[in-house]
Ligand binder design. Structure first.
Ligand SMILES: Cc1ncc(COP(=O)(O)O)c(C=O)c1O
Length: 500
């Protein structure tokens, strides 16, 4: 249709109905589902509104607890002081002018002032666009961080700063998905960013299952059978997504397992996408330390020189929890330089990632050093959050494991537990009659009875015939006892109501 024809057809005089309707929008958008922000989260917001507008008599609780999303500062996690000091100074550089200097020196540590000044010198105004791939000196610092973490070289030209890891994953998938027959292997359960992006870009998810009986471990035979199933459908399987540490499942891969995964990809000519946003959320550091795929790959020697890997990281998780800043990066390893140029083009369509997010990445990868004035406080804040997260993960899994018909693996990493619930048959039938998934009905009932908002397992994928939910263990420790009591009472009542 020519432009003039389109204008004619769409003009209000000739056609008063809307041009853009549910029927006429991009059908791929309609296929997108994002459970962590789905119906449960929307109902939780509605209940919050009711509670704050004086309708608390409708409920047996007075607060809603958002365990549906890994959003630490929403649940009152304190921001790291050093990060916020620098964010505030770069936001309002007049604070650093000679007339304010004395006052600022009494409020901010010397290294925070120096760091802010240095960033401003390199960046200029944070209200200006930056290089589309990200501010060069910050990419340099990311490369240094990777080298120190892994003991192998990293190049700033292979690093892209992004609006959170999500934007990086989307850009890379957009590049890989050349046609609608492309298959991408994803874990089940998975973080819905992956299924949602595949739906948006019209590619086919090829699921492989994590083994709940083995602490949500990954068995290579699963990858092999999933690959054959995908290939037998004629799919062009191009990439494998690994989330390590896992979301929603909280497992950390062993180094041996990672080598097997690399070998599998190498033999099958598959690109590896390593989502490593939870790399510092490690709760069994001796038994299950974090290893980056980049490090394991490089340790495997020259045979794997051409291996293609994208690794993602973020300021949203760890002990930082600055999700709202939208900062992240990805590193390209073994990617053809022409392809990296095309990724640059994709990045440049959005001009640049936001500057405060890029600055958070800089602080994440170059935190205060032991000789710096800020170091002691930084370490104290970090370990306080870390220890508390570890305690909370154990407390909550103990709480879940006490529920009738529920089993829950402990979290080796990340911020989530993914308990399995064996629902009574009557509850399953009642849910089906209401047109819902059984785990969704259970989670809605939990929200209405307790104010605790979790996400049904069906939003992440699960083995047929099993039911789960995902909960963060982010609520503040002070809330935990009351929270577990409410949960246990609800669960008991639910099981009594539907007992077979
Ligand atoms: C596994 C995983 N990858 C990526 C993301 C996206 O993080 P970001 O806030 O950096 O976009 C999340 C967020 O929860 C996640 O859990």
């Amino acid at each position: 249709m020519s432009v003039s024809n389109f204008a004619q057809q769409a003009s209000p005089a000739s056609k008063p109905s809307k041009i853009l309707t549910y029927e006429t929008i991009n059908s791929h958008v309609k296929r997108v589902e994002y459970a962590v922000r789905g119906e449960l989260a929307i109902s939780a917001e509605r209940i919050k509104d009711e509670l704050s507008n004086g309708y608390s008599h409708n409920y047996r609780f007075d607060t809603v607890v958002n365990c549906n999303i890994g959003n630490p500062q929403q649940l009152k996690q304190k921001p790291i002081t050093f990060f916020r000091q620098i964010a505030s100074l770069v936001e309002y550089p007049d604070l650093l002018s000679p007339e304010n200097r004395k006052q600022i020196e009494s409020l901010y540590p010397k290294d925070a002032i120096e760091r802010a000044q240095m960033l401003l010198e390199k960046i200029g105004s944070i209200g200006a666009y930056s290089h589309s791939q990200g501010i060069p000196c910050i990419r340099n610092n990311v490369a240094k961080f990777i080298e120190e973490r892994d003991g192998y070289p990293a190049e700033q030209s292979n690093i892209f700063l992004t609006q959170g890891a999500s934007a990086g994953v989307q850009n890379v998938l957009q590049l890989i998905i050349a046609h609608s027959n492309v298959g991408i292997m994803i874990p089940i359960p998975q973080y819905p960013l992956y299924t949602a992006t595949l739906a948006l870009y019209d590619a086919q998810p090829v699921p492989y299952y994590l083994d709940e009986e083995k602490d949500w471990g990954l068995d290579i035979s699963q990858l092999t059978s999933s690959l054959s199933a995908g290939r037998s459908k004629g799919l062009d399987i191009r990439a494998l997504v690994i989330i390590n540490p896992g979301n929603p499942t909280g497992q950390c891969l062993t180094e041996q397992n990672m080598r097997e995964i690399i070998d599998f990809c190498h033999n099958e000519r598959i690109i590896l996408l390593a989502d490593e946003v939870y790399q510092t959320n490690i709760y069994l550091p001796a038994e299950r330390p974090f290893h980056s795929f980049k490090k394991v790959l490089r340790s495997m020697g020259k045979k794997y020189d051409q291996f293609e890997l994208f690794s993602f990281h973020s300021v949203s998780k760890g002990m930082i929890g600055e999700c709202g800043r939208r900062g992240g990066y990805y590193e390209c390893t073994g990617i053809d330089s022409h392809v990296v140029n095309e990724l640059y083009k994709i990045a440049s369509v959005s001009l640049c990632p936001n500057i405060q997010g890029q600055i958070m990445v800089d602080l994440m990868v170059q935190p205060p050093k032991c000789e710096d004035e800020s170091y002691a406080l930084y370490q104290k804040e970090l370990s306080k959050i870390y220890e508390s997260l570890r305690r909370r993960s154990i407390k909550l899994s103990e709480c879940f494991n006490q529920l009738e018909g529920v089993t829950c693996n402990n979290a080796q990493g990340s911020m989530y537990l993914f308990p399995r619930i064996r629902l009574p048959q009557k509850a399953i039938e009642a849910a089906r009659q209401a047109g819902r998934q059984p785990d969704e009905s259970y989670c809605l009932a939990m929200l209405n009875a307790t104010g605790v908002c979790v996400v049904p397992g069906s939003g992440f994928g699960q083995k047929d015939g099993t039911w789960h939910f995902r909960s963060t263990f982010l609520p503040p420790e002070g809330l935990f006892d009351g929270f577990c009591d409410r949960l246990q009472n609800f669960h008991h009542e639910f099981f009594e109501k539907y007992r077979d």
